[in-house]
Ligand binder design. Structure first.
Ligand code: ARG
Ligand code: ASP
Length: 721
């Protein structure tokens, strides 16, 4: 008996020890301690110090957080930066009009003077990071409430941040890791003069569109180029004509050598959010409750928008970015829920929880500390699930109506008008700001499309959202119209001034305090503020109290999981801080009898070509190059033009645009997506099914050089063959 237990323990700890090759998003600071050996065993030839160093320039100095939600990398000594097309999309779109349709036709600055500024866009470098757990948790104890704890943590962090940036132009942040069991300080440098240098036409940069999104085999040329500008001292500065190209401490070397199956690769970037250590209840709520509701509501929006875009070029220009963002997570959620089911992730978590419970009850001390954890999770989740469902109907349904979001942005003006301390001049100023945001809003707004959205979403909301948790003003108004949503919407869109740009702009241009009554009486304003105040007054207290209980349980559960598995190497969940994921170039079997090869080629683009479908048109110039097989030095050894490849790196949203590097730390690709079968990796990673998708850097350079004729940009880079 004893030996049997012993053997099981050995097997178990072996299993636990072997974290899946590929799984994990690791802190650059800890690579030398936790990962370097494994990385070298897997083929890496550089050192952890080459990847992250505070004393010397290292690869980290070539990586930026791009625009808040993506990653970018420096590829020249002149501040030239690569990221994804879908990361630059919003800015490319802002420069586009029917006359200069850069989104459709692409854009290439022929000279630096032609590079286009992007107000509001910034990039951020990490200067250094440091663990500050002890300082952050000073004065905190296990007896105090989560709220008390949070306020002490916030106060301590304020002091740390202040000291870290004192006398510099840097900014700093302390971020929580392992559910509040560890804290790290991040000091960073942000540049705000970032200009658009080039983007391929949509039929390359977005080839395959939302049909191919999240899928393999993939042929999207998903890249765009920007340049960081700085002042004469090479420091961040607001946009100015006199700014000069930024000279980074490090830029990446680009390799044209290509990759082979099995090659070591790593991805260096800013993954946004993962939740790998949740209890089964939480995964159940996300995958089986929340996702299906959101998927259904997004499906309704997409059906309407896609149809409108198909018929009209202007609508396509106005709604393409919106549709892409709705579709992106719609599809992600479908993949995630399927992946969770296929992996039996909930059952796997439950099995772990049974072991956990046994362990937690193995002695009185532990039992006192952890014995009630899982039952408590069970209690709070079962109370929260219905609330969460209703909340999702609101955020994904009611807030999917543009009119609701737009009209609510006038609440501040209304408040100011009621505030005696505000002068007429203050009010004028606010009205002027609202004019410029209204102009931007209407540039991409079609009343007819929005009215259809209202009808579809409102119908679902009133029908499917649990009645006792429906927004009161929605219930009342629907009742007034005897449940006829079309009658309501006809009235609403006719009466409201918010759906009519001419009316609203003329109203605002002469706005005086007394006019506020017109806003307050507007039916869209009444609806919008009703929705938002319901969120604030009815949902927020419940959600906040759930979050507080959940945070404190999750912190304890995380600590307990680490205590229970002392041999296991834990990686922290993604939280938009700089991470390294590493793995191998690798094919996979997505389904019974199906084998996915690890790379795609230009031949595949030609196979997918369909001149009748917007997303599958092939650029004539690209076809010409293909027919001549004119790939120059960008061809693979197999003579074909490789477009994308997959590998087992553990990535998530935010990793888009991240450099994919080879064993020598050279740039071989740009990460842009994951395979659909593996999108549950945000909740549970599966080495068999999780693959990140990267653009082959040779295809990117081929497009810049041969297709766009922007050789000046390739010449700026450090290229090795
Ligand atoms: N799925 C990728 C990511 O999450 C790409 C999204 C952009 N492309 C699109 N067709 N919506 O960001
Ligand atoms: N496409 C995602 C992004 O934009 C990457 C992913 O979710 O794998 O960051």
């Amino acid at each position: 008996m004893k030996t049997k237990i012993f053997i099981i323990t050995v097997i178990l700890s072996l299993f636990i020890n072997l974290s899946h090759a590929g799984e994990g998003m690791w802190l650059p600071l800890l690579l030398s301690q936790l990962n370097e050996k494994e990385m070298r065993d897997m083929g890496m030839k550089i050192t952890a110090e080459d990847i992250y160093s505070v004393n010397h320039s290292s690869l980290k100095d070539a990586i930026v957080l791009f625009g808040g939600g993506c990653t970018g990398e420096l590829v020249s000594a002149q501040g030239l930066l690569l990221t994804n097309h879908h990361c630059g999309y919003g800015n490319i779109q802002k420069h586009s009009s029917l006359e200069h349709d850069y989104l459709t036709n692409g854009f290439w600055a022929q000279r630096m003077e032609e590079e286009l500024p992007n107000p509001g866009l910034s990039v951020t470098f990490l200067v250094r990071m440091e663990e500050v757990t002890v300082q952050t948790l000073k004065g905190v104890n296990d007896k105090m409430s989560q709220k008390m704890r949070d306020s002490i943590v916030v106060a301590n962090n304020k002091v740390l941040v202040k000291a870290a940036i004192n006398g510099t132009h840097y900014s700093a942040q302390v971020k929580s890791f392992f559910g509040g069991n560890q804290y790290y300080l991040f000091v960073s440098e942000t540049f705000t003069d970032v200009r658009l240098v080039g983007a391929p036409p949509s039929n390359i940069g977005k080839f395959g569109g939302d049909t191919d999104n999240w899928m393999w085999p993939r042929h999207t040329g998903d890249f765009s180029m920007f340049r960081i500008y700085a002042n004469k001292e090479n420091k961040p500065a607001e946009y100015s004509k006199n700014n000069v190209p930024y000279q980074p401490a490090k830029h990446l070397t680009v390799s044209l050598k290509g990759v082979k199956e099995g090659d070591f690769t790593f991805v260096y970037g800013f993954p946004g959010t993962t939740q790998e250590y949740l209890p089964s209840y939480a995964v159940d709520m996300t995958a089986l409750q929340d996702n299906p509701i959101a998927i259904g509501l997004r499906q309704q929006r997409l059906d309407i928008i896609d149809k409108a875009m198909d018929g009209d070029r202007l609508t396509r220009l106005q709604y393409s970015a919106k549709a892409a963002s709705i579709a992106n997570y719609w599809k992600k959620m479908i993949g995630e829920t399927r992946g969770i089911k296929r992996l039996d992730a909930i059952e796997k978590k439950q099995a772990f929880e049974r072991d956990f419970q046994k362990w937690a009850q193995s002695n009185t001390e532990k039992n006192a500390e952890y014995g009630q954890l899982l039952p408590s999770f069970g209690t709070i989740y079962s109370a929260f699930v219905p609330v969460n469902n209703a909340y999702t109907y609101l955020t994904e349904g009611l807030l999917g109506i543009e009119l609701v979001r737009f009209a609510n942005s006038y609440a501040n003006l209304v408040k100011q008008c009621a505030d005696k301390s505000k002068t007429e001049a203050d009010i004028k100023k606010t009205a002027e700001q609202l004019i410029s945001s209204a102009v931007a809003f209407y540039k991409n707004y079609n009343t007819n499309v929005d009215k259809q959205l209202f009808e579809a979403l409102m119908a679902t909301y009133t029908l499917s959202c649990e009645s006792s948790m429906q927004v009161s003003v929605v219930k009342e108004t629907a009742a007034k119209y005897k449940g006829s949503i079309p009658a309501w919407s006809n009235d609403l869109y006719k009466k409201t001034m918010f759906a009519d740009s001419v009316r609203l702009l003329s109203f605002l241009s002469g706005f005086e305090r007394g006019d506020v009554r017109k806003i307050e009486k507007d039916p869209a304003y009444i609806l919008a503020t009703g929705v938002y105040s319901y969120m604030l007054n009815s949902f927020a207290p419940i959600v906040n109290s759930f979050n507080a209980s959940n945070d404190s349980l999750q912190r304890l559960y995380m600590a307990a999981q680490m205590e229970m598995q002392p041999e296991k190497r834990f990686y922290p969940d993604a939280n938009s801080t700089l991470r390294v994921a590493y793995g191998n170039v690798k094919s996979f079997q997505p389904a019974d009898a199906v084998e996915y090869k690890w790379f795609t080629t230009l031949d595949g683009i030609m196979q997918k070509e369909n001149p009748d479908i917007y997303d599958y048109k092939v650029e004539p110039k690209l076809k010409e190059l293909y027919n001549l097989r004119d790939y120059g030095r960008y061809a693979d050894a197999d003579k074909s033009m490789h477009v994308a490849f997959i590998a087992s790196n553990h990535t998530t949203g935010g990793n888009s645009g991240s450099p994919v590097l080879n064993a020598d730390g050279q740039l071989i690709g740009i990460n842009f997506d994951r395979c659909w079968e593996g999108t549950m990796s945000d909740l549970m990673y599966d080495p068999d099914q999780c693959r990140n998708i990267s653009l082959d850097i040779r295809y990117c350079l081929f497009i810049i050089d041969k297709m766009a004729g922007a050789k000046r940009l390739v010449d700026e880079m450090t290229v090795v063959e």
